[in-house]
Design a protein around this ligand. Structure first.
Ligand code: NAD
Ligand code: DAU
Length: 332
């Protein structure tokens, strides 16, 4: 197979590329990535000589058509992935998730590519107090991030219905693991705890997330790409649900810090209270998560402890300005 993988210089996409090359060393991979603040060539360093890398945006039709030439499948990870940033400035989200997805789908049709997988999120369903969302639950997104991701999903469905495109959608719950940009709760708190900085908890911290180790998500995506029924969506939820405050407490334990570092800060506007996915459909294809939260979190803390070369430059660059703007205080 020759795969076009977009957004693969990011956290999940780079894990996916490593997973595919481990499992099927003969597959060819073309990566198309715009290298936003979250996209980093070093995420693909270990496989650099086994992939073709194209720097470009999924909304740029000519670049996309060229990169897709000769491909058998497209896997679209490219996105603006941070909810807080979508609240303060939504335009890049609309551009990438709506226009970008439309260009990719149109190019897929143009080239007659056999398979397309859209990487999506549990956030398209909105918040749920009890029980879990299935693939038949209505889309009810809350933030500009999730609304534009839902728009991307609807464009995929439109291409299935109108043009018979063999596309599938994979909706994942909250991922965590090595190489996640430290604007997200888990890496942010690990790095802050290691530095002795405060850990910002939005509101009461009782919001619940369904944590999924990134390698488990990568395996699910690959399975759905190969075995999923065209036109269908598949939920991929992690094995454990945790309140944010519990996650933060565990990070403090693993880093040998005490709870005086916790600081409750102003809540995220429109903050979804709980996410929960039923993954029965992807489990029926043979997937199951291998990493429970306690083990995955330990591995993740260890990775950040051992890889300052990766996060050191981030903490001193654009991220520092973002942090000051968003949290109204500087990093220590
Ligand atoms: P990330 O921010 O780490 O990486 C996103 C990548 O996309 C970066 O390499 C960036 O440079 C690239 N990109 C952004 N805009 C682009 C554009 N217009 N054209 C080409 N490349 C572009 O994100 P992530 O956490 O790895 O998320 C990957 C995908 O998985 C996203 O679609 C996201 O919505 C989805 N998802 C994420 C999670 C999570 O918990 N992180 C959970 C479920 C689904
Ligand atoms: O659910 C899947 C989604 O998970 C993905 O689609 C998104 O791309 C990904 O960013 C993630 O979204 P969240 O908003 O859930 O992730 P984040 O790490 O930003 O926040 C996790 C929870 O922690 C959420 O309830 C908000 C809270 N939080 C976050 C930050 C950054 C805090 O309490 N303090 C913080 O400083």
């Amino acid at each position: 197979m020759r795969l076009l993988v977009t957004g693969a210089a990011g956290f999940i996409g780079s894990t996916y590329v490593r997973t595919v090359l481990e499992e099927r060393p003969d597959d060819e991979i073309v990566v198309l990535d715009k290298l936003t603040y979250a996209g980093r060539r070093e995420n693909l360093e270990e496989v650099a000589d086994r992939i073709e890398f194209v720097e470009g945006a999924i909304e740029d039709r000519e670049t996309v058509l060229e990169a897709m030439e000769g491909c058998d499948a497209v896997v679209n990870f490219a996105a603006e992935s941070h909810v807080d940033r979508s609240i303060s400035d939504q335009y890049a989200f609309v551009h990438t998730h709506v226009l970008g997805t439309s260009v990719l789908l149109d190019a897929t049709r143009h080239h007659g590519v056999a398979r397309y997988l859209q990487v999506s999120t549990d956030e398209v369903y909105g918040s749920i107090e009890e029980g879990s969302f299935t693939e038949r639950s209505p889309l009810n997104p809350s933030s500009p991030y999730s609304a534009t991701k839902a728009a991307g999903d609807l464009l995929v469905s439109a291409h299935v219905h109108t043009y018979g495109l063999e596309a599938v959608i994979c909706r994942g719950s909250n991922n965590y693991g090595p190489r996640q940009y430290p604007e997200k709760l888990i890496p942010l708190c690990i790095l802050n705890a290691m530095a002795g900085d405060h850990l910002p908890v939005y509101g009461d911290g009782r919001q619940v997330r369904n944590w999924l180790y990134v390698e488990d998500f990568a395996r699910a995506i690959d399975l759905v790409l190969r075995e999923g029924t065209p036109g269908e969506a598949y939920n991929v939820g992690g094995p454990d649900e945790e309140e944010n405050i519990e996650v933060v407490r565990r990070i403090l334990e693993l880093t040998g810090r005490d709870e005086s570092l916790i600081e409750h800060v102003t809540d995220r506007p429109g903050h979804d209270r709980r996410y929960s996915l039923s993954s029965d459909k992807v489990r029926a294809l043979g997937w199951e998560p291998r990493v429970r939260f306690a083990e995955g979190l330990e591995r993740t803390v260890e990775w950040y402890r051992d890889n300052e070369w990766w996060w050191g430059p981030i903490r001193s660059g654009e991220y520092r300005e973002y942090y000051e703007r968003h949290y109204g205080r500087s990093l220590g």
